[in-house]
Design a protein. Structure first.
Lengths: 376, 675
C-alpha cells in the first residue's frame, strides 16, 4: 500500500501522470518506489492506450535522489550485497527510461539531484522551471555520479559535465536548459495549463504533439549574471585536464590570474569532496563519453558495488553515518595523491572474486542492444 | 558437364550464403516493409573481451589517447556534427573549406590543443615513457586529420628533433621550450625541387665568413629551391636548413642550420623568398612552401654542432672523420619520423576498416532466394575475402608497429642499425598497406564511400603522401635489400654467424618443408615461420649472387644493385613480411591461453597465408608447388569464414570512438533521412 501512495497515478485518457509522493524526504527514491515505477513504465509501454507519461514530484522537490540511508545501514552491517539489489533496480529503471519507446515528460519543478536526474534526464522531454535546482552532489558523499550520469554528463557541451559531476555545482532552470539537461523551460505558474494541454494528445503522433505543445509554452530565460555557464571557456580550460590534480592546479592558476568568488567556490568544492570519489567520477565520465547508456550503467554498477564493499575507501558509509553534522569530513584515502591509479582501476573491474555477484543485467528491450544510444 | 558443375557451384554458394548466418527472425525484412537499420551489435556477439584486445593493439597510453579523443570531440573547433539521431556526434574536418581556411583552422586546432596541455613535454621531457606518450597523442591527432598530424610532425619531430639531436646545450636552452610552447613555429627545409630522397645531392650552399663569424646561405639555382616545406608557406617563423657546408673552398657535405624566416609579425625576412606549393590532392591543411635564400646571413652559433662545428676563425672540426658516417648521423632523426608514419598508417587503415566492416554488417544487397531477405554484405564470401585479409594484415602490422615503437624508444647505439632497417621496411610496407586498404574499404562502402563525411575516401588523398615523404617507399625498400646484402656479405666474409636483422635463421640448416599441406600444417606457426624464412633466405642468396655476378662481370657495385631491382623488390618484401609475422608471434606468445589468444592465432594464420597467396615469389621460386598454392587458397577462404563471426569484435577492439568514424558506420538511414 505504502508504495502505491508513494507514487501517485492519474489516468487522463491516453496520458498517465505519475507523481513522486514522499515530500518529507523530498521524494527520495526508496526501493518500493523504484520497483513501482519500473512496473508502471513497462506496463505503459505495452499498453496501446498510453501515449505520454508525465513524471513530477509532490512538494518542493522533483526528487532529491535515491534514498541511500537503508543502503548505508546495510553497508555498516556488512551486508552491502543488499544494497547492490537496490542499485540494480534503480539502474534498470534508468535504462528503461533511456530506451523508452514512448514519450516521457519530466517536470523538474524543484530539487533534482542524483537519482532524481536518473529518472528524468534519460527521458525524451525535461521541463525546467524557475524553481529548478539541479545538482549531482555525489562526490561530497563518497559516491560518484551514477544513475547513468556518466552517459548524460559526458554529453554536455565541452567539459561542463566534468564540472557539474565533480563539484556538485547547483544549476538553475535556465542553466540546465542552456546546457541541454532540460529541453524546455516553463514558468511554474503555467504548469497546470501545460499538463491539461498535454492530456489532449488524442490520436495524434505523440512526439510531434508533445513537441508542439511544449514549444508553445517554453520560454528562453536569461542566464543569471554570475552563471557558471558564462564561464564555459574557463571550465573547458580547467576541466579538460587529464587528472583531478591537474584540474585543480589549472583552476588555482586561473584563480591567481583572475580571482573571483566562483573560482574559489569551485576549488573549495573540489577540496572538500572525497578524493576517491573525485578520481573515479572523472574516469567514469571520461569513459562514459565513448559508451552507450547501457554500457555506462553496467560499468556504474560495478563501480557502486566496489564503493559499497569498501575495499579501497569506506567514504560512502562514513559520510552517510555522520551526514550533515560533519563540516570537515575525513576522507580515506585523505588526499588525491594517495588515491593511486591502480586503486582507481579497481573500481572498474568485475567482482569475480565475489560469490554469486554478477554484472548488471539490463532488462531486455525491443531490438535494442545495451550499447545503443538513448535520447539525450 | 561444365554446365552441371557451374550449377552445382551456384548451389554450393547459395547454401553457403544462407547457412553462414541464419537471419534472425527479428530482422526478417520483407518487400513490403521499409528497410530498418539494425545496429551490428544486435546480431553479432563478441567472442573475446574487446577491452583486452584493445589494450594489446594500442599497446600503451590508452588513457592519454582517450583523454585526447575527448578533448577533440568536446570542442566545436573540430567541426562537430550531429548525425543519425540519438545525439550521435561526429567530428572530422570540413573538406569543403578552401585551402586557406583549412590551413587556418588546422593552426587554430593546434593552438587549442596546446592550451589544453597536449604537447606538454613533447620536447623537454625525455625517456621512453615521454616518447610513448607523444607517439600515442600524435597517433590520435592523425586519426582526426592527417593535416594536423603533419603540421605537428614538422614542428616537433622535424624542427624540434633536429634541434634536440643535432644541437647542443645552447640550442636546447634557447629553442626547445619555446618550440613546445609554440612561441616559435618551426619548419624543416631539406627537400629541394631537384633533390628529394637523395639528400646528399642537395644544392643549397652555406659558406662561412670568418670576418663577421656568419654563415651565408644561398640558393644557387632554381633546382635548389627548397620544396614541399611544410609550414613554410604561411606559419613557420624559423627553419632548419639542410645545406652543403663550404669552408675555405672545401665542401664538408650536408650540415644543419637554423634560420629565422619570418619576423614576429609574420613578415618574410630580408634575403628570403617564399612561395606557396599550391593546392594538393589532400592534406590541404598543411601550408607547404618553397624557399629561396639570397645571401642570407646567420650567426655562427646557428650551426647545429653536435656532429661537427666551425670555430670562429673558420676551422672545421668533427668528431666523426668519415663523411659517410657523418651523413648517416645527420639523417638519424628521420627514423623517428618513419616510426610514427608507419604507426599512423595503421591507425588510418583501422578507421577505414572499422567504417567499412560496420557498414557491411548493417547493409544488405540482393536476396539469395526468391522473396528471401537480402543478404548482409559481409555474409558474401567475396566481401569477406576483400575485407578480412586486410583486417588480419592490419592487426599483424599493428603488432609490428608496436614492436618498432618499443625498439625505438629503448634504442641504444647497438640497436640503431636494426631500427634503421626495420623502420625503412615497415614504413614502406605499412603505408602501402594503408593505401590499398583504404581503396578496398572505399569500394566496399559503395557510393557512401565517396562522401567525405564517411572518411574512408578522403583519407586516401590525405595519407597518400606517406608513401613518399621521409623517403620514397621504393627507395627505402632498395635500402633494405642493400642492408641485407651488406650483412650477408660481411658475415660470409668473416665467416661469422648471422646475428642482426632477423637473419639468425640463416645459421641453421634449411628447414625441410612438407610436400602435402594440410589445414593444420598451414596454420602451424612453425610452418609459417619456416616458409617465410625459406623465402627470405633463398631471395637473399639469389640477390647476393646476382649482384656479385654482375660485379664479377665488371659492373660497379651500385649499378649491379640497380640491375638486380627485381630480386631486391622480392627480398625487401620478404624481409618486411617476415618481421611482421614475427611480431604477431611475439604478441601471441605472451598471451595466456584463452579466447584472445585464439583470435590472434586466427589473425596470424590469415596474415601468413594471405601473404603466401599474394606474393608470386612463392610460386616463382618454388617455395610452394601449384598444389600447395591451391591448398593455401582454400585455407584463406576457410579462414575468412572463421574470422567472419569475429569481424565486429575485431574492429571494435580498435577502440576508435564512434565520433571518429563516419555516419555510415552507424544508423545510416536516420543519418540520411529527410529533416
Amino acid at each position: 500500500m505504502a508504495s502505491q501512495s508513494q507514487v501517485l497515478v492519474e489516468d487522463k485518457s491516453s496520458v498517465r501522470i505519475l507523481t513522486l509522493n514522499r515530500p518529507k524526504q523530498m521524494n527520495a527514491l526508496c526501493s518500493n518506489m523504484i520497483t513501482r515505477l519500473l512496473q508502471l513504465f513497462l506496463a505503459y509501454e505495452e499498453d496501446p492506450n498510453v501515449k505520454l507519461v508525465i513524471l513530477k514530484g509532490q512538494g518542493r522537490a522533483f526528487c532529491a535522489g535515491g534514498d541511500v540511508r537503508p543502503v548505508v545501514g546495510d553497508i555498516v552491517q556488512g551486508k552491502w550485497r543488499l544494497g547492490a539489489d537496490f542499485f540494480s533496480d534503480q539502474y534498470s529503471l534508468n535504462y528503461v527510461m533511456a530506451t523508452y519507446s514512448k514519450v516521457q515528460i519530466s517536470i523538474l519543478n524543484g530539487i533534482v539531484m542524483g537519482g532524481g536526474a536518473g529518472v528524468s534526464i534519460h527521458g525524451r522531454f525535461r521541463i525546467a522551471t524557475e524553481k529548478t535546482v539541479f545538482a549531482m552532489p555525489e562526490t561530497a558523499l563518497g559516491l560518484f555520479p551514477d544513475v547513468g550520469a556518466s552517459y548524460f554528463l559526458s554529453r554536455l557541451p565541452g567539459f561542463f559535465g566534468e564540472y557539474v559531476g565533480l563539484t556538485g555545482a547547483r544549476l538553475d532552470g535556465a542553466e540546465i536548459l542552456a546546457c541541454g539537461l532540460a529541453t524546455h523551460f516553463v514558468p511554474s505558474t503555467r504548469l497546470t495549463a501545460l499538463e491539461e494541454d498535454l492530456c489532449r494528445v488524442g490520436s495524434s503522433d505523440p512526439v510531434t504533439f508533445a513537441e508542439t505543445i511544449l514549444n508553445a509554452y517554453t520560454q528562453h530565460p536569461h542566464l543569471k549574471q554570475h552563471s557558471a555557464y558564462h564561464r564555459l571557456h574557463v571550465i573547458d580550460r580547467c576541466f579538460s585536464r587529464k587528472t583531478v590534480e591537474e584540474i585543480i592546479s589549472t583552476l588555482e592558476k586561473e584563480a591567481i590570474e583572475e580571482p573571483n568568488e566562483w573560482i574559489s567556490a569551485t576549488i573549495r568544492a573540489l577540496e572538500k569532496a572525497s578524493p576517491s570519489s573525485l578520481k573515479i567520477s572523472l574516469r567514469s565520465i571520461r569513459e562514459g563519453r565513448y559508451q552507450g547508456v547501457g554500457q555506462c550503467l553496467i560499468r556504474e554498477f560495478r563501480m557502486v558495488c566496489h564503493v559499497m564493499k569498501g575495499e579501497i575507501s569506506k567514504d560512502l558509509g562514513y559520510r552517510a553515518v555522520v551526514i550533515e553534522k560533519d563540516k570537515n569530513p575525513k576522507w580515506e584515502p585523505r588526499g588525491l595523491e594517495e588515491m593511486k591509479d591502480n586503486m582507481v582501476e579497481q573500481y572498474f573491474k568485475r567482482m569475480d572474486e565475489e560469490k554469486g555477484w554478477e554484472d548488471l543485467k539490463l532488462p531486455p528491450r525491443k531490438a535494442l542492444p545495451s550499447s545503443i544510444i538513448s535520447k539525450l | 558437364m561444365s554446365e552441371n558443375r557451374a550449377l552445382r557451384r551456384a548451389h554450393v554458394l547459395a547454401n553457403h550464403i544462407l547457412m553462414s548466418r541464419s537471419p534472425s527472425s527479428k530482422i526478417s525484412l520483407t518487400r513490403e516493409v521499409c528497410l530498418q537499420y539494425t545496429p551490428p551489435e544486435v546480431n553479432e556477439s563478441y567472442g573475446f573481451q574487446v577491452k583486452e584486445m584493445r589494450k594489446l593493439l594500442d599497446g600503451h597510453n590508452l588513457e592519454d589517447r582517450d583523454w585526447l579523443y575527448g578533448i577533440i570531440i568536446q570542442s566545436d573547433l573540430f567541426n562537430r556534427k550531429e548525425r543519425g539521431g540519438g545525439g550521435k556526434v561526429f567530428v572530422s574536418p570540413d573538406y569543403n573549406d578552401t585551402m586557406e581556411q583549412q590551413r587556418e583552422i588546422s593552426m587554430k586546432r593546434i593552438l587549442y590543443l596546446l592550451e589544453k596541455g597536449v604537447f606538454q613535454g613533447w620536447l623537454t621531457e625525455t625517456g621512453p615513457e615521454a616518447e610513448l606518450k607523444k607517439f600515442a597523442l600524435y597517433e590520435v591527432c592523425g586519426m582526426y586529420d592527417y593535416s594536423l598530424n603533419a603540421k605537428l610532425g614538422v614542428h616537433f619531430l622535424l624542427w624540434g628533433n633536429a634541434i634536440k639531436f643535432f644541437g647542443t646545450k645552447r640550442h636546447h636552452d634557447k629553442w626547445l621550450k619555446d618550440t613546445e610552447d609554440y612561441l616559435v613555429k618551426g619548419c624543416f627545409a631539406m627537400t629541394e625541387l631537384g633533390h628529394g630522397s637523395n639528400v646528399r645531392g642537395i644544392e643549397t650552399v652555406a659558406t662561412y665568413d670568418p670576418r663577421t663569424e656568419e654563415f651565408v646561405i644561398n640558393t644557387p639555382c632554381e633546382s635548389a629551391q627548397k620544396y614541399w616545406i611544410g609550414e613554410a608557406a604561411i606559419h613557420a617563423s624559423h627553419a632548419i636548413v639542410i645545406s652543403q657546408l663550404e669552408i675555405k673552398g672545401t665542401n664538408q657535405g650536408i650540415h644543419v642550420f637554423i634560420a629565422q624566416i619570418r619576423d614576429q609579425d609574420g613578415n618574410i625576412c630580408p634575403n628570403i623568398r617564399i612561395a606557396d606549393c599550391g593546392h594538393k590532392i589532400g592534406l590541404n591543411g598543411v601550408d607547404n612552401g618553397r624557399i629561396w635564400f639570397d645571401n642570407l646571413r646567420i650567426p655562427r652559433e646557428n650551426l647545429l654542432n653536435s656532429v661537427a662545428d666551425v670555430s670562429s676563425d673558420g676551422q672545421y672540426v668533427s668528431a666523426i672523420e668519415n663523411p659517410d658516417q657523418r651523413f648517416g648521423a645527420f639523417l638519424a632523426p628521420l627514423t623517428s619520423g618513419r616510426v610514427t608514419i608507419a604507426s599512423c598508417a595503421i591507425y588510418s587503415a583501422k578507421v577505414g576498416l572499422a567504417v567499412a566492416i560496420r557498414y557491411s554488417l548493417s547493409r544488405r544487397a540482393f536476396s539469395a532466394v526468391a522473396n528471401g531477405p537480402e543478404v548482409l554484405l559481409l555474409d558474401y564470401p567475396s566481401h569477406q575475402r576483400r575485407l578480412l585479409p586486410l583486417l588480419a594484415k592490419t592487426y599483424a602490422m599493428n603488432f609490428a608497429a608496436n614492436d618498432m615503437k618499443m625498439m625505438y624508444v629503448k634504442r641504444t647505439p647497438e640497436t640503431n642499425k636494426e631500427i634503421h632497417v626495420v623502420s625503412m621496411g615497415l614504413k614502406a610496407v605499412l603505408t602501402w598497406h594503408n593505401m590499398r586498404t583504404l581503396q578496398e574499404c572505399r569500394e566496399a562502402c559503395g557510393g557512401q564511400g565517396l562522401k567525405t563525411e564517411n572518411r574512408v575516401g578522403h583519407l586516401k588523398g590525405d595519407y597518400d603522401v606517406q608513401t613518399t615523404f621521409e623517403g620514397d617507399n621504393n627507395v627505402l625498400m632498395q635500402q633494405v635489400s642493400k642492408a641485407l646484402f651488406a650483412e650477408y656479405v660481411s658475415c660470409k666474409k668473416r665467416n661469422k654467424p648471422f646475428k642482426g636483422l632477423g637473419l639468425v635463421h640463416m645459421n641453421s640448416p634449411l628447414p625441410v618443408m612438407p610436400t602435402q599441406l594440410t589445414s593444420s600444417i598451414l596454420r602451424c606457426s612453425q610452418f609459417q615461420k619456416n616458409i617465410f624464412s625459406v623465402r627470405e633466405r633463398d631471395l637473399l642468396e639469389r640477390y647476393t649472387s646476382e649482384v656479385e655476378e654482375l660485379q664479377g662481370r665488371g659492373q660497379s657495385r651500385e649499378f649491379s644493385f640497380l640491375l638486380s631491382h627485381q630480386l631486391s623488390e622480392d627480398l625487401s618484401k620478404a624481409f618486411a613480411e617476415k618481421a611482421i609475422l614475427q611480431a604477431v608471434l611475439n604478441a601471441e606468445a605472451k598471451l595466456p591461453a584463452g579466447s584472445i589468444k585464439d583470435a590472434v592465432g586466427l589473425v596470424r594464420s590469415m596474415y601468413a597465408l594471405i601473404c603466401m597467396e599474394e606474393d608470386p615469389s612463392f610460386l616463382r621460386y618454388g617455395y610452394l608447388s601449384r598444389d600447395n598454392d591451391g591448398d593455401v587458397r582454400r585455407e584463406v577462404s576457410k579462414l575468412c569464414r572463421e574470422l567472419r563471426p569475429h569481424a565486429l569484435a575485431l574492429v571494435t577492439s580498435f577502440g576508435i570512438p564512434d565520433a571518429f568514424l563516419g555516419p555510415i558506420a552507424f544508423n545510416w538511414i536516420e543519418a540520411n533521412a529527410w529533416s
